[in-house]
Design a protein around this ligand. Structure first.
Ligand code: SAH
Ligand code: SF4
Length: 347
């Protein structure tokens, strides 16, 4: 039987017509499933008993089970564990609370195949892509939590959790269709960002979609030599090719491209790094988001001390490059960047 939340949005009408129902029913069902976040067809009140039976015979509807909710003691982050639809693994997501913003950091894959040496998710290897249901399910689960707290709903989305969203392109796009649809969640491209390690053909593909979403590229190094060591994908798509596509993205989308740049003390925050970054960033609309290296189990690279981080940010600013420091929200709950690693459920 087909899982309802895995049906791409544009195919739902066809499925409803195929079971002998009128087109307009599709809109009602979509509204119950996504807006009202029901967990079962029986909860849909303006739908006849007969149609509910038909839906139950043809589709599976459910919600991802929440396994853990860990609230940061600072009140600015909450980490969630969700069971995968097959029940075998844990998907992790983080809610970031900042003023009026409620940002969800979504996972797109179980593990990741790109193997960056500083990243906890990379250590898992790629287990599999998450389905549309599992991507949108994180969003639904976090909205359920926000509603239970009497808080507002999610306002912003970043694909910066587990995995490389652009390597799970179809489910990523289908999930965006639901997030961005004005009758469903209506989250505009300006409030969505996808982060990538720099898989160049996937960025080209994203450009073709003209979604107007923000692009963040994990640069993390200033030379091919260092980037080859830290991010194996660099051997396939070296810095020059990443920079060329970044410039195209900025020019064609009209949006500022963000470079995420992990500070590994003594390695990525050197004077040579400053020089190289100046060259890469000159003459196009970009900014650098400095991320202090978060410790992870088994990692032995040094994170920066606060003063060296600020010094590096100041030096970039003096060179005319916009540089921000990413506050590592949720470090106390192991939910900061590169620290998500869903474990297999042992039964
Ligand atoms: N695969 C995508 C998105 C997930 S990682 C990507 O790599 O862009 C999100 C961010 O966390 C990336 O910028 C990555 O460089 C960063 N990151 C990974 N491990 C980290 C760590 N130990 N400390 C700080 N940032 C880390
Ligand atoms: Fe994958 Fe991103 Fe982690 Fe690299 S940093 S291993 S691309 S999740």
């Amino acid at each position: 039987m087909e899982r309802f939340k895995n049906i791409p949005l544009h195919e739902i009408v066809g499925r409803i017509v195929a079971i002998g129902e009128k087109k307009f029913r599709a809109q009602q069902i979509i509204s119950w499933v996504y807006d009202k976040r029901v967990a079962a067809f029986d909860e849909m009140r303006n739908i006849s008993g007969e149609l509910k039976e038909k839906l139950k015979q043809n589709f599976l509807l459910g919600k991802l089970n929440v396994t853990t909710i860990i609230e940061s003691k600072y009140g600015d982050a909450v980490k969630f564990g969700f069971e995968t639809a097959d029940g075998d693994y844990i998907i992790e997501s983080v809610l970031l609370i900042d003023g009026d913003r409620r940002t969800i950091c979504l996972s797109s894959q179980l593990g990741c195949g790109l193997g960056c040496v500083f990243c906890e998710t990379g250590k898992m290897g790629l287990i599999r892509n998450l389905t549309q249901e599992e991507i949108v399910g994180q969003f639904i689960g976090v909205n359920d939590y926000l509603v239970s707290k009497g808080d507002k709903l999610i306002t912003n989305i970043v694909f910066m959790g587990m995995g490389e969203a652009l390597s799970n392109f179809e489910n990523f796009l289908n999930s965006l269709a639901i997030f961005m649809h004005e009758d469903i969640y209506n989250i505009g491209g300006r409030r969505i960002t996808v982060s990538t390690a720099g898989v160049v053909p996937s960025i080209e593909r994203l450009l073709k979609e003209k979604l107007n979403i923000g692009l963040a590229i994990s640069l993390n190094s200033y030379s091919n030599e260092l980037r080859d060591q830290l991010m194996p994908i660099n051997k396939k798509y070296p810095i020059e090719s990443v920079m060329a596509i970044a410039r195209r993205y900025a020019a064609e989308s009209g949006r500022t491209v963000t470079f995420e740049y992990v500070i590994i003390d003594g390695k990525t925050n050197t004077p040579e790094a400053l020089q190289a970054l100046q060259k890469y960033c000159s003459g196009f609309d970009c900014k650098i988001n400095l991320i202090p290296l978060n410790p992870f189990a088994g990692g032995n690279l040094p994170g920066p001390i606060d003063s060296s981080l600020e010094k590096f940010a100041d030096a970039l600013s003096r060179m005319g490059i916009t540089a921000t420091i990413r506050k590592s929200r949720g470090q106390d709950i192991w939910g900061a960047c590169g620290q998500l690693a869903g474990k297999r459920i042992s039964r």
